[in-house]
Design a protein around this ligand. Sequence first.
Ligand code: HEC
Length: 201
Amino acid sequence: MAALSFRHGPAWLFKIGALFAALGMAAAIGWVRQPREYRVDPPISAALEQIRLMPNTISGAPPEVYFALNQTYETGGFDLSQGKRFYTWFGCASCHGDGRGGSGPSFMDGWWLYGPSMVSIVSSIRDGRPHGMPAFKNKMTIDEIWQLSGYIKSIGAYKASVSAPSRNDDRNTRPAENRAPAATLFEEGPNPVHPDQGPSP
Ligand code: HEC
């Protein structure tokens, strides 16, 4: 009996040790996980409004705070997922379809009427555009508009990104939007490719 427990003792201890190591690793991963900002501080949202557009309202410079936040609206999984929800909640699909366009332009054809930069997209959503794009500044907070813009940018991306919004349950037959270039997500893909006014393929 004593021999038996001696034989089994170390294995048992090893299992406990492995369990604690796993718990330790899980805690470490949880610790490095990106914090979720449910509501940004008023000074930050005020700063996020400060986009400087070119006189033709195409492209421009993002505010400093965009870099201070580590471009989270394009790289944070939480922000991208929020953007994806807003896309449905605020009825973008009624004019832009699932990203391939409808009465509004496509986001996946490699052509941006107002340029591919985040500032352009934020401005299109916040202030609207003359040929039928409504302004959403009275319906959404500026933080939400930036989250939505990051998502819009990701669905038109040519390159896979490490961060992705969560997937729709009914879309499980294909990778999440920015796990793969747009060309592989939808049969037609970006067509034609416009390296002159779009992200480089
Ligand atoms: C009533 C229809 C309609 C709705 C709803 C709508 N859009 Fe648009 N959107 C348009 C049209 C039309 C244009 C083209 C405007 C122009 O050419 O001046 C456009 C343009 C845009 C552009 C600029 C595209 C480019 O090529 O530069 C973006 C970005 C955009 N919409 C995002 C959105 C988002 C995000 C939503 C949801 C919050 C939304 N739109 C809701 C009709 C709509």
